[in-house]
Design a protein around this ligand. Structure first.
Ligand code: PLP
Length: 462
């Protein structure tokens, strides 16, 4: 057996054993950052080490610092786990070391992206003929979609921003809901539009942009305008009223971008599709595969109704960059050399099938409702949001200090992991159910741990 064979088997055996023991593993890290730096650090040796030793040392040093996002009891941020088929496909993609730049650098990577993007667009209910790009995540997808938007709305005003830049260009109005995701602001900074250019549109108590407020804000506006709507508020999971927002954008000739990092996946479920009604009328859509589709990091996707503007904003050409017929992935993203992300997405979709994706989304939302029922039945526990998707906001004794104390105690206990937030000026516990692994038993065990923490926190704070 070759050394490489043994090395790869070592990694695969370890990964399989890691997966087999997920249920017993802690969901939070056991080592501090400083301890991890020390374990991984020291001077770089002059001579290289044996590969198998390198991987074994890495596993031993890093494992205490892992977070349990592969477990069914990690409810932090909006994470999701990684489906076994997509993990294995990602390994194969690394073993192949394909550069997903173009059809020339890897016809296989380009073809996998093309097929996977087509399946995704169909699942998410997007129109035929959309262009698509695989990026690092929804941050990259928002930036790419808004770059296409900037190109398009300025071209309509007679200005080629790709050629002439923004200096002296017509002003673009950018409107977003008061509860937009913070990545929209960063995208605007990166695109030279500036976060202060953002006009905030009033949001309702669930964090949905108010369509009437948007209509008022757009009234009489004839120039270049971009509206950033949201499918899935990162705290409440609420989806903006996309149909009414699309009406307002259409009337004002504004570009409609939908940040659907996780909420757009409601469209893949026949039971929840109604939430995203109208999203098919947008001009660009950002989503993540590494959240609700449960593929390994990193993987977001941008879709655009206007391939020409999308390509003008992103594509590059040089004499040495030979072209060939077929998809050129880098025409649609801000990167050149890049990981072949399509393989893992292709594998996840093949592994789940259309029904499996719908079931994954439905199950997570069912678990979120179960959390709300189990926790909300306890005196002093308040569920702050309408649990329409996979997000639950919980407040304890209507008190900021107690609520933060409960979050800290749950994290220290280690049965499950979740984070805190502030929702409309009040501290809240934030539960996001995004993993294919989460079971009803995980929810019951976790809810019990949360309630135990709540009782002890109330005694300590109270
Ligand atoms: C609505 C929304 N947009 C954008 C993002 C950013 O996604 P990513 O971290 O994958 O870039 C998130 C992350 O949770 C999100 O919820």
């Amino acid at each position: 057996m070759s050394d490489v064979h043994d090395l790869f088997r070592l990694a695969a055996d370890y990964a399989a054993q890691f997966h087999d023991t997920l249920d017993e593993r802690p969901v939070g890290p056991r080592a501090s950052y400083d301890e991890l730096v020390e374990a991984l650090g020291g001077p770089l040796a002059d001579e290289g080490s044996v590969d198998a030793d390198v991987v074994s040392e890495l596993i031993a040093a890093a494992e205490p610092g892992l977070v349990g996002s592969q477990t069914g009891r990690y409810f932090g941020f909006v994470f999701g786990s990684a489906l076994p088929a997509s993990v294995a496909a990602d390994w194969v993609a690394s073993a192949w070391d394909q550069n997903g730049f173009s059809v020339v650098t890897s016809p296989a990577a380009a073809a996998a992206e093309e097929v996977a993007a087509g399946w995704l667009a169909e699942l998410l209910g997007l129109p035929d003929g959309v262009s698509s790009g695989f990026v690092t995540g929804a941050q990259g997808a928002n930036t790419t979609g808004l770059a296409a938007a900037r190109q398009h709305v300025l071209a309509a005003a007679g200005w080629d921003v790709a050629r002439d830049g923004l200096a002296g260009s017509p002003r673009i109005r950018v409107l977003a809901g008061g509860e937009r995701h913070v990545t929209i602001d960063r995208s605007l900074r990166l695109l030279g539009l500036g976060s202060s250019a953002l006009e905030l549109v009033r949001a309702d108590e669930q964090g949905r942009m108010r369509a009437d407020a948007l209509r008022d804000a757009l009234a009489g506006s004839g120039g270049p305008a971009i509206v950033c709507a949201q499918a899935g508020n990162v705290n409440t999971g609420a989806v903006d009223p996309l149909g009414e927002i699309a009406d307002a954008c259409e009337a004002a000739g504004a570009w409609l971008h939908v940040d659907g990092a996780f909420g757009l996946w409601a469209a893949a479920s026949p039971r929840l599709r109604h939430l995203t009604e109208g999203c098919e009328r947008a001009d660009s859509w950002a989503t993540d595969a590494h959240k609700w589709l449960n593929v390994p990091y990193d993987c977001g996707v941008i879709f655009c109704r206007h391939p020409q503007s999308h390509g003008e904003a992103m594509a590059v050409a040089a004499s040495y960059l030979q072209r060939a017929d077929g998809r050129s992935p880098s025409d649609w993203v801000p990167e050149s050399s890049r990981r072949a992300r399509g393989f893992a997405v292709w594998a996840a979709l093949r592994s789940l099938g259309r029904d499996g994706v719908a079931d994954l989304v439905d199950r997570c939302c069912g678990h979120a409702r179960a959390f709300a029922d189990l926790l909300g039945a306890e005196p002093g526990v308040e569920i702050l949001n309408d649990v329409v998707l996979n997000q639950v906001l919980v407040r304890f004794d209507d008190d900021d200090e107690t609520t933060r104390e409960v979050v800290g105690r749950v994290q220290a206990d280690g049965t499950c992991w979740l984070g805190g937030t502030d929702w409309q000026g009040r501290a809240a516990m934030r539960i996001s159910v995004s993993s294919f692994r989460t079971t009803s038993e995980d929810v019951e065990r976790s809810a019990e741990a949360i309630l135990t923490a709540a009782r002890s926190a109330a005694a300590a704070v109270g």
